[in-house]
Design a protein around this ligand. Structure first.
Ligand code: ADP
Ligand code: MG
Length: 697
């Protein structure tokens, strides 16, 4: 019977009881399921150590020698056995705390000792080592790499430790070697030089050497990423068939704004507008991700594209993650559109729009007099109905969940075109997976005349210096942000810090006006304080990260980040992006404690070294791993990777995506007999995933 059909219960060394545990703890119900539980590490059993070579590292070693002396200490449960092991030149100690009475030692016998040494003063000792008489040592025991498997407490309680798993898996190898059907076609295996499934399974569990182990692992990483890409790209191909509103005309409003702009669009902005316009003309629904570093001018691109839609007779909306941002977009757009007079009607809808003020908005949307609606999640409410919504901009993408994006559809039968804008550049590997089903446009050019922000890292002791620097900037007419961290778990203390900081600044700068903004304030109060700062009525804005994304006050030139060690790299970069928006030299000052962990030090160094958002995003991925990247958790990575890593397997990912693309280019719906294995495998994967790909925008 195929290994994928064989119930784990009936495999050698398993049985009903163990099968139950394997099922509940590891989700293993067939022999193949168990073979798909890969080792998390290997120990090289072909290498023999001398005691003199041991160092403090806690890794497993094996040594050949004799037991020269032993004695038991204590009685009953507390009994332990202590022995001296001699390799011909040096000695070490062996200790058994449990089951001491079962250990039978013999003098004058050659043993293979295997275990993890630890050092106490000058003597190495091994707790609960494996000790095998040399004549019982089989060649397999000292050959190649020995696999180690993840287990749970419950498994261990029932004797299903790593060694037991190894034994069970070893029992499957003879049948495995007879060959199992592959999950990747022969042509791809050959082209990408991948091991067959059979060979890879043998070698991931019992590799004869390190290269075979690495090749086996590479095959499984490829396979995992390949199927992720196949799912994503198939979804993309399917959606490419979706009809979308055709918007061929470049009309009067677009031209009018273009002429009225106080500056020339950058080359990158023009290119991206062209890319989007090509999509709008196509008659298919657009799903596009717009990446661009902070300050690269994404908002204006979004507005120009909204005008393309409006000139073709459609409505547009821009959805922002916070009220502050929605308000700001509203103000920004109105300012840009002022020269156009009555030609474009913009409305605002947020959680704090009163019931009375909602009525004209709802009406205007229905009768089509409102052209652009700007707002927060409030846009998704049932009561918001459109006459003909054709173009949706989602700003600062990662604050929105996938499900929320999907909600936009149900609003029309033909889905609107979707432009997703990210606040922060996304590392390439993440973009290919989390947003792999979106077309990507990149604004890789900042508006001219921007001076790169200078970043300085100070410890708290330098406060006096920082204050005198601030004073000088403010005297020159500039404004300053001071940002404090705030997390839910620590909210009270964090707000206290913010308040203390505010008080301190008020004392230090009695001659200036200071605003304070944080998430706990009423929306109206927040707004008022933001407006005062934006209008230049206050010189210093003390805030929590509510200002993190999107706020635009070009006259602000200094960003002070308190407790910078508590922010992630992407967040620091976002905050820094709030300055350097005008023509003046700007500064970002990172304040931390004097003592820093290695990771924190690295983060500060990267911030000081570069202003390049893409480099920072890459570094963030390396330091924190993909699961942890800010925002990706909220938007949800819709699949678990078991063996591949987005942080380190970028090259394999690129190849896997390419392979998946080649297949789908020839056969978008996987209908060929030849591609049956892929279709079948995707079906299996879909069943095992709770996630519905159909919902991704
Ligand atoms: P992003 O959202 O990409 O971080 P914004 O859209 O907020 O950036 O733009 C930052 C600032 O640059 C805004 O003040 C905007 O008016 C200005 N800006 C946008 N495009 C240009 C351009 N081509 N030339 C000069 N300034 C620009
Ligand atoms: Mg923005």
């Amino acid at each position: 019977m195929e290994l994928s059909q064989r119930d784990i219960t009936y495999c050698k060394n398993v049985g009903a009881k163990r099968a139950d545990i394997l099922r509940s703890e590891l989700g293993v119900s067939t022999a193949m399921d168990l073979l798909r539980c890969y080792p998390y590490k290997y120990i090289d059993r072909s290498r023999f150590y001398r005691i003199a070579e041991l160092d403090d590292e806690d890794t497993y070693v094996q040594i050949i020698g004799e037991v020269t002396e032993w004695h038991t200490i204590g009685i009953g449960k507390a009994q332990r056995l202590s022995a001296t092991f001699f390799d011909g030149t040096h000695q070490c100690e062996l200790v058994w705390f449990q089951g001491a009475k079962y250990v039978k030692l013999m003098r004058g016998v050659k043993y293979l000792l295997f275990g993890k040494p630890s050092r106490f003063q000058h003597v190495y000792n091994f707790v609960h080592p494996e000790l095998t008489p040399w004549d019982k040592v089989t060649p397999e025991m000292t050959q190649g790499l020995e696999p180690y498997y993840n287990t749970t407490e419950k498994m261990k309680r029932h004797g299903l430790n790593s060694k037991a798993l190894r034994t069970i898996i070893a029992g499957l190898i003879p049948d495995l070697k007879a060959g199992v059907p592959d999950t990747i076609g022969a042509d791809i295996l050959q082209r990408y030089r991948l091991m067959s499934l059979t060979e890879a399974l043998v070698n991931i569990h019992f590799p004869k050497d390190t290269p075979s182990m690495q090749n086996a692992r590479a095959r499984f990483k490829f396979e995992e990423l390949f199927y992720v890409q196949l799912q994503i790209l198939r979804q993309m191909k399917r959606r490419e068939q979706n009809p979308g509103f055709a918007m061929p005309t470049v009309g009067s409003r677009f031209h009018a704004l273009y002429k009225a702009l106080p500056f020339e669009l950058t080359g990158a902005q023009k290119r991206v507008i062209r890319e989007i316009h090509d999509d709008l003309k196509s008659g298919r629904q657009m799903n596009r991700l717009l990446q661009g570093d902070v300050g690269s001018g994404k908002t204006l691109v979004a507005l120009m594209c909204c005008l393309l839609a409006i000139d073709n007779g459609y409505q547009a909306c821009i959805m922002a993650p916070t009220e502050i941002l929605a308000n700001q977009h509203y103000e920004t757009l109105k300012a840009f559109l002022a020269p156009l007079g009555d030609a474009v009607h913009v409305a605002l809808l947020t959680g704090s729009t009163t019931a009375k003020n909602r009525v004209p908005v709802h009406n205007g949307l229905l009768n089509g007099t409102i052209n652009i609606l700007i707002g927060t999640h409030a846009l998704l409410e049932e009561s918001v109905q459109w006459r003909n919504l054709g173009f949706v901009v989602i700003d600062e993408q990662h604050r929105f969940g996938v499900a929320q994006r999907a909600k936009l559809w149900t609003k029309n039968q033909t889905p609107p075109h979707i432009l997703v804008m990210t606040a922060t550049p996304i590392p390439r590997t993440l973009a290919m997976t989390v947003y792999g089903d979106l077309q990507v446009s990149v604004i890789d050019e900042l508006p001219p005349g921007r001076k790169p922000v200078q970043t300085i890292h100070y410890s708290l002791q330098k406060r006096a210096q920082v204050y005198s620097f601030l004073r000088k900037q403010i005297q020159d007419g500039r404004q300053v942000y001071v940002v404090y961290p705030l997390i839910k778990e620590n909210e009270k203390l964090d707000l206290q810090d913010l308040q203390n900081g505010f008080n301190e600044l008020c004392e230090a700068f009695p001659e200036y006006m200071i605003s304070m903004v944080h998430g706990q304030m009423k929306a109206a109060d927040k707004d008022l304080q933001m407006q005062r700062f934006a209008a230049g009525e206050t010189q210093i804005l003390v805030a929590t990260t509510v200002i993190e994304v999107g706020v635009n006050v070009p006259n602000a030139t200094v960003m002070i980040i308190q407790n910078a060690e508590r922010f992630g790299l992407s967040q620091l970069h976002q905050l820094r992006g709030r300055v350097g928006r005008g023509g003046d030299q700007s500064y970002c000052i990172l304040m931390t404690d004097l003592e820093l962990s290695k990771d924190t030090r690295k983060r500060m160094d990267i911030m000081v070294a570069t202003n390049d958002g893409f480099r920072i995003a890459e570094a963030d991925l390396q330091l924190r791993g993909p699961g942890d990247l800010e925002g990706t958790m909220q938007s949800g990575t819709p699949f678990d990777l078991h063996i591949a890593s987005l942080a380190t397997d970028g090259q394999i990912l690129t190849l896997a995506r390419q392979a998946a693309m080649e297949i789908l280019d020839r056969d978008p719906l996987l209908e060929d007999e030849y591609n049956r294995i892929y279709k079948r495998q995707l079906d299996i994967l879909r069943i095992s995933q709770s996630y519905n790909w159909g919902e991704i925008s």
